[in-house]
Design a protein around this ligand. Sequence first.
Ligand code: FE2
Ligand code: FE2
Length: 368
Amino acid sequence: MDTAASFLSTLTSAISNCALYSREHPSIDEFARKGLVLLQKLFGESDNFDIMIIDDDLVINKKSFKGIGLQTTNLVKRIKRKGLARIEFLPGVTFKELRTFIPEILEVGKKIPDFPHIKTGVIDIRTEEAVKDEDVNSGESMTFLSQQLETMREIYKEILQLRRIGINTVNGVMENMVSAVSEKTNVLGALGYAHSREEFAYVHATNVSILSIFQMKSLGIGDRILLRDIGLAGLLHDIGKLYISQEALAKKKELTEEDWQEIHLHPFYGARVLSSLDGLPPLCAIVSFQHHMRYDGQGYPQTVSPMKQHICSQVVAIADCFDALRSMRPYRKGLEMKEVFAMMRRDSSHAFNPFLLKHFIQRLYKTL
Ligand SMILES: [Fe+2]
Ligand SMILES: [Fe+2]
């Protein structure tokens, strides 16, 4: 277990012991001591240790965190019940501060006292911030971005033809993409349009990739590796379509029950092929498997025990649906795009994570 996971596990155990025994129980002293040692180790790696909760997911130092299984769920529940969405530990934190802070988490309805080195509060995500007009049309960066998108489309065409993924090449291009996209990018202006069914696969894949990176960057989530990985996951999300009946896929109407069953298999095939490839981040298979699942647990594939969508799958699902709807209504500034937003909003909280969708729409709206 890495240091961050050990610290979270220690914190969870300390809080649980407080609930089980009492605020004064000696085991809490032990956990606080151990927690402090782990925090000091963590401060050697970064300036702070930041716990955020987005929906029901833990985001640690701006990276999605899945590390401690059931304990993660317990910790998220405890913090949410306390009404907190963020806890930040700063260098200089003392045993006394940590020891006093732990039982405070359990005191629901009571304001948490001020600690010099432990900050608490709501998530600092910039959903309302305006994008200035002069920022969204920077010519040079748009040219660079268009070039990267063109290269990605070429690479994806090759993947479709050869059914082989050159991991190093894809990683390199994706890293350029991550540099080229910022929260101020006029992302709508960069998206491509497919003029035929053949083109749709690679134009859609690259659009979903850029829209996913854009969402993560504008939310302020993810380091370069996670951004690169979600870009890759977006690019490869529909790769399973290569392994299903092309006849069913090509049909525009009158799809039979069998056709739908066939089409609904593509997330499964995608996950299977992507998890078998060395060098690809596991996120690619996860996102491919989950991109047609819905926020309310519906969608497909259905699993034997309920599976919650990974936050990155939720991001890609929004990008995927947006690009599919937008392709049905060729982009013109104004009403058509607003119509797409309205359609997605109608599905908010059923199909999509409502927080992520609201953020996505707000950001794109600024570029209309
Ligand atoms: Fe799909
Ligand atoms: Fe798709």
